[in-house]
Every structure is written in C-alpha cells, then in structure tokens.
Design a protein around this ligand. Structure first.
Ligand SMILES: Cc1cc2nc3c(=O)[nH]c(=O)nc-3n(C[C@H](O)[C@H](O)[C@H](O)COP(=O)(O)OP(=O)(O)OC[C@H]3O[C@@H](n4cnc5c(N)ncnc54)[C@H](O)[C@@H]3O)c2cc1C
Length: 267
C-alpha cells in the first residue's frame, strides 16, 4: 500500500505534540522535528486520546487542547483492558489430544483467580493465560514474577504439585504501553447515538480515524483500514473542491497531506 511513498514514511518516530490551526496541522516528534501539512489524519487509539485529555506525562499533547465536545465524545467510550500472559516451560506436562488447541477453564470460588488457559500445539511447551479488566490491570502493574507465582498456584491445582516452573514468562502489558493504553473499546448502553459523528468530526483540518470510528466494521483490522480510507477520500475530495475553487479564482494552492498512523508519519 505504501509503495510509491515509502521514502517518506517515518518509522519509530513518536509524535509528542499536535498543533491544530485553521490553515494547517503540525506534528512535533520526539527528536524535535516538526512536520506540517494542510491536513492530517490521526489513528491514535481511544486509550491514547483519553490519556492525552488527562494530560498524562508521557501522553501526546494537543495544542490547543481538543474542544470540549470532542473530549466528551472520546471520554464517553469505554476502554477495555486485556492482558496475555505466556508461560514457557521446558516440557509439555499436560495431556496432548488430537486437537491442535485445548482450552482449560478454571472455575474458582474466588473472584480474581486466573480463569482461562490455552494450550496450542503451534506454541509448544507454552501456556497462554488471558485475563481482562481488573485482573488485567493488576497483572500489568505487578512484577511478572508475582504473576507467575499466582498462575502457578492455579496450575498446580489443575495439574498437581509436580509440574515444573516456567523457564520464561511474557506479559503483554498493553494498558501501560503509551502507544496502546487499552486493548479495545466498547460503547456502553445509553451512550448517545451520534457519538461516532462526534468522534469523527475534524478539529480544523485534523481528521480522526481508526477501528473504533468505523460504524459497521467496528473493532477489526479491516474496520481500521476502511475508516482510514474513508477519511483519506473525504480529504482528497475536499482538496479537489478547494483546488478547483482556487483555480477559478486564479490562485493555485499546493496541498500536502500529513498522516499519523501505525507508529509512522507519512509526510
Ligand atoms: C488481543 C487482540 C486481538 C485482536 N485480534 C484481531 C483479529 O484477529 N482480527 C482483527 O481484524 N482484529 C483484531 N484485533 C483488533 C485490531 O488489532 C484493531 O482493530 C486494529 O489494530 C486497530 O487498528 P488502528 O490502526 O485503528 O489502531 P492501532 O492498531 O492501535 O494503531 C494505532 C497506532 O498509533 C501508534 N501511536 C500511538 N501513539 C503514537 C504516538 N504518540 N506517535 C506515533 N504513533 C503513535 C501506535 O503505535 C499504533 O501503531 C485484535 C485486537 C487485540 C487487542
């Protein structure tokens, strides 16, 4: 997709500030570079936008702050926390079956016990543990060693005391990742129907896209792609309209599109 302008894609270039004005949008990046365009699209997640509104220390900074209606719309979306914990052992101690994947549910009387384990033949000797919301936030904010100890308590209840300790453990920790901040979003019951209109509404010439802003393909990669494509078409037709108006009045206006997406800045 980026063939033809790959030389203008900036990877690993975190945006620190976005300035919006009537005529243009500018993005300042971590090394101090500044990129300005007549239009911009941001695909920051709702979690990233909410952190910006809270003015968290490592959050992107909007100058001026996003308008109140926009802030209310962003804050009225509920972000969901979800954490994946992979425990890697030196052996497979569970019973293998003919199935590629086994799912084990642990039904505890205690809220907060690890409930969901996936054993997948494509990831040998590995147990994937998935947790959401309060437990995900707790796991993301405690040492990995504590999480491993807690998970092992449950695994010993299921498989007995003789199982080995894991050799390695990886925790996704998306809720603390400043570029992610959550896993997905939901619109709670009672949220006004025009919320997506508010989320989509541009701030001057800064446009918003992303998986949460697609009315029909909400929450998926193809929804994110479609939302970005819709906004890009909207901007190109605006450019065409303003160019033809400028041509008839004798002024030709050069237009640059600056896009912020997928950790990349296209200038
Ligand atoms: C566990 C999990 C499993 C999923 N499985 C599927 C699946 O099987 N199929 C499917 O279709 N969808 C799946 N999804 C959903 C899919 O991942 C999302 O819908 C999609 O990634 C959203 O794309 P996006 O571009 O809107 O946002 P994101 O993917 O969040 O992209 C936003 C980008 O902005 C960048 N960014 C943030 N802040 C800055 C900054 N300050 N400067 C520069 N860049 C920044 C981020 O690094 C990120 O790359 C899954 C999601 C999760 C969490």
């Amino acid at each position: 997709m980026a063939r033809g302008f790959l030389d203008r894609v900036k990877l690993n270039t975190p945006v620190t500030t976005i300035q919006t004005a009537k005529e243009c949008v500018c993005a300042t990046v971590e090394d101090g570079g500044k990129y300005c365009g007549d239009y911009a699209i941001t695909t920051f997640s709702i979690g990233v936008l909410q952190a910006a509104i809270r003015e968290e220390e490592d959050a992107v900074h909007f100058e001026p702050p996003l308008p109140a209606a926009k802030q209310n719309a962003i804050n009225s979306v509920t972000v969901v926390h979800y954490t994946k914990i992979s425990l890697i052992f030196n052996t497979t101690f569970w019973n293998e079956t003919d199935e590629d994947q086994q799912i084990i549910h642990y039904a505890s009387n205690e809220r907060g016990d690890y409930p969901h384990f996936t054993l997948d033949k494509n990831s040998p000797n590995t147990i994937l543990v998935e947790v959401t919301e309060d437990l995900a936030i707790k796991v993301d904010n405690q040492p990995v060693s504590t999480t491993v100890e807690e998970v092992m308590v449950i695994l010993r209840k299921i498989y007995g005391n003789d199982i080995p300790e894991p050799q390695n453990a990886v925790v996704s920790n998306w809720s603390n990742d400043p570029f992610v901040r959550c896993s997905w979003t939901v619109f709670d019951v009672g949220v006004p129907e025009d919320i997506v209109d508010q989320l989509l509404s541009p701030v001057h010439k800064l446009y918003f896209a992303g998986d949460s802003l697609n009315r029909t393909q909400y929450g998926y990669v193809h929804g994110a792609y479609g939302s970005g494509a819709d906004i890009a078409h909207k901007i190109t037709s605006e450019i065409k309209k303003s160019s033809s108006a400028a041509t008839t009045s004798g002024i030709l206006k050069g237009t640059v599109i600056m896009t912020v997406l997928l950790s990349a800045l296209v200038i």
